[in-house]
Design a protein around this ligand. Structure first.
Ligand code: HEC
Ligand code: HEC
Ligand code: HEC
Ligand code: HEC
Ligand code: HEC
Ligand code: HEC
Ligand code: HEC
Ligand code: HEC
Ligand code: HEC
Length: 326
């Protein structure tokens, strides 16, 4: 790309990014563009639910905008996604109802399936969700994600199923009938991608510097937990990851990895407000407070292969209680 074009592009993207912090559509639609792909695929594409009887207008799921540009930068091998070796649209074989060309694997299965059996030979197909799930095993994600069971509720669906409100019903109809021109599709997709609202994560400063965890102290001295260091190092490792940015859809999502099962907040309840010292007869399946700490601390450390402390290094976390003089 020539330098001049690159600069123009950067300027356009900077403008568009101010817009993504504000409201939908306030951006400079028309002027902004994502840039060109090396593959020749459109930089982004609105994927419509194509089928014999696709969703009637206005009900069901919104279409999905797929950003080809960022994906092909991270996933170099085309056949990982274009599993038949032919880079054509998925809907030419996987339709809403399922079609012979796609062995009646519906569009919904092809996009969300997570229990895909490994193929004996050739390529094992991947859905959007199955590949994203695999990403969570990367070291920088594996700590939180080994202690988090994601809810995958409506907010989760809406990260993918979102399209600019500028799309008209007429355009939706053209899309699901497979009659939208490539340029019009690209325009809607870029408009969506560049103006997608995105949560800005709260800063590690929003939490305490250190927390004294000592409610149980008996055999051991209280533990001085390096709260801010923990949050900062977890956030630092993921700050450039677009998947995490998009799916951590609330500013406090990072906090909720540890402060779970309560409304997202920067002043979350203490663990002891739900986990009791002894087994709670009303919730026998719930870990006791000691187990809750140990499982959470160790679960993440093991997920991220943290060298120190290992779970057997009891004294790194809490020194034995000083014996009273006998
Ligand atoms: C990782 C991205 C992603 C997430 C998350 C996601 N979907 Fe989808 N979904 C797609 C894509 C891509 C398609 C195919 C294009 C289309 O139909 O818009 C699709 C298609 C569908 C379809 C079939 C087409 C239709 O409109 O009838 C349904 C139903 C659906 N999704 C429901 C859901 C629900 C419910 C959730 C949340 C529980 C969800 N999806 C979350 C990517 C996603
Ligand atoms: C992460 C998955 C992924 C990777 C990797 C990927 N693609 Fe795609 N590609 C897609 C999806 C999804 C679409 C949209 C398909 C649709 O609209 O149904 C697409 C669309 C395309 C299209 C437009 C197809 C059409 O007829 O509308 C072309 C061309 C294309 N890809 C080429 C490539 C090439 C070449 C590579 C390798 C350099 C590649 N892609 C890598 C997922 C991927
Ligand atoms: C030329 C037709 C064709 C195209 C295009 C195509 N598929 Fe497929 N797909 C198939 C067939 C046939 C199968 C079943 C064969 C198999 O199991 O290997 C399949 C299977 C799958 C499966 C496995 C589902 C499961 O649970 O086992 C997934 C996921 C999938 N496709 C995703 C996609 C995605 C995503 C795209 C677009 C990037 C795509 N496919 C494009 C024909 C196609
Ligand atoms: C082979 C793996 C793979 C597949 C398949 C895949 N993704 Fe992704 N996806 C990624 C990775 C890796 C990232 C993070 C890219 C980055 O950080 O630059 C990502 C990022 C994203 C994001 C966040 C960035 C954005 O565009 O806003 C969304 C949304 C998304 N993918 C949707 C989809 C949809 C929809 C599909 C299916 C049509 C899909 N992905 C298929 C690997 C995959
Ligand atoms: C500081 C902890 C933390 C780290 C580190 C972290 N996540 Fe998350 N992530 C969460 C929490 C909490 C949720 C929300 C679960 C919910 O709302 O149900 C979540 C949800 C998600 C989701 C949606 C749920 C799903 O299973 O599809 C994706 C995708 C995701 N994270 C990607 C990533 C990626 C990629 C990384 C690494 C680059 C990462 N996360 C690192 C805490 C974290
Ligand atoms: C990653 C840090 C960490 C490691 C490693 C660790 N613990 Fe703990 N442990 C804690 C925290 C935090 C508490 C809660 C402290 C409190 O509330 O007083 C705790 C509490 C306890 C308690 C209850 C409080 C007390 O003083 O009696 C016992 C017993 C205990 N741990 C034993 C162990 C033993 C034995 C090991 C080594 C096999 C170990 N822990 C390793 C973090 C750790
Ligand atoms: C790695 C896990 C983890 C993450 C991530 C995390 N916290 Fe905490 N936080 C803790 C633990 C453990 C405690 C001690 C709770 C207890 O003993 O009851 C705590 C305590 C707190 C307290 C109470 C301090 C006090 O003295 O009462 C606040 C406030 C807090 N966290 C805010 C946050 C905020 C805001 C975030 C996100 C920026 C966050 N936390 C992220 C683990 C975490
Ligand atoms: C608002 C109540 C609440 C708070 C506060 C809370 N938990 Fe939990 N915790 C639960 C519930 C509910 C479960 C699931 C078990 C059950 O159904 O009772 C659970 C389960 C767990 C588990 C088992 C694994 C899992 O995720 O199911 C661990 C470990 C745990 N909590 C650690 C902690 C720690 C450490 C803190 C403080 C940072 C904390 N919890 C704060 C309610 C809470
Ligand atoms: C979500 C992941 C995660 C959770 C939960 C977690 N840790 Fe850690 N911890 C880390 C990582 C990553 C490191 C190493 C990186 C660093 O030093 O910043 C670390 C390092 C440490 C260290 C050595 C460095 C230091 O700060 O002194 C101690 C001690 C420690 N953790 C204690 C705890 C205790 C106690 C808990 C539970 C109350 C806990 N951790 C929960 C991720 C986690």
């Amino acid at each position: 790309m020539r330098n001049g074009t690159k600069l123009l592009l950067l300027a356009a993207m900077a403008l568009a990014c101010t817009a993504c912090l504000t409201a939908w559509g306030a951006g400079v639609a028309g002027a902004a563009s994502l840039g060109l792909t090396d593959s020749g695929a459109p930089a982004a594409q609105v994927m419509f639910p194509v089928g014999v009887k696709p969703n009637p207008l206005g009900v069901g799921m919104k279409p999905v905008v797929f950003n080809h540009l960022i994906h092909e930068k991270k996933v170099e091998d085309c056949v990982v996604c274009h599993h038949t070796g032919d880079p054509v649209s998925c809907t030419s074989c996987h339709t809403v109802e399922g079609a012979a060309a796609g062995k009646f694997i519906t569009l919904e299965q092809a996009m969300h399936a997570t229990d895909i059996a490994k193929r004996e030979k050739g390529i094992t197909p991947q859905s959007c969700v199955s590949c994203h799930e695999k990403q969570l095993a990367r070291r920088e994600c594996a700590g939180c994600h080994s202690i988090v069971k994601a809810e995958r509720g409506n907010d989760w669906c809406a990260v993918c199923h979102v399209v600019t409100p500028k799309m008209t019903q007429g355009q939706m109809r053209k899309g699901i009938e497979g009659k939208m021109a490539a340029a019009e599709n690209l325009h809607l997709a870029e408009e969506t991608a560049l103006n997608k609202p995105q949560a800005v994560a709260v800063s590690p400063q929003a939490g305490p510097l250190k927390v004294l965890i000592g409610g149980l102290a008996d055999k051991y001295q209280p533990n001085l937990f390096t709260h801010r260091r923990h949050v900062a190092s977890l956030m630092e490792a993921i700050k450039d990851d677009k998947l995490a940015q998009a799916f951590h859809s609330s500013p406090e999502t990072v906090c909720a990895a540890c402060h779970h099962r309560s409304p997202m907040s920067t002043t979350p309840p203490r663990c002891g407000s739900c986990h009791t010292k002894d087994i709670d007869p009303a919730n026998p399946q719930r870990p006791t407070l000691k187990a809750a700490y140990h499982l959470q601390c160790m679960g993440c450390h093991e997920g991220m292969k943290v060298e120190r402390p290992r779970k057997t290094d009891c004294a790194t976390c809490h020194k034995p209680a000083r014996q009273s003089a006998d």
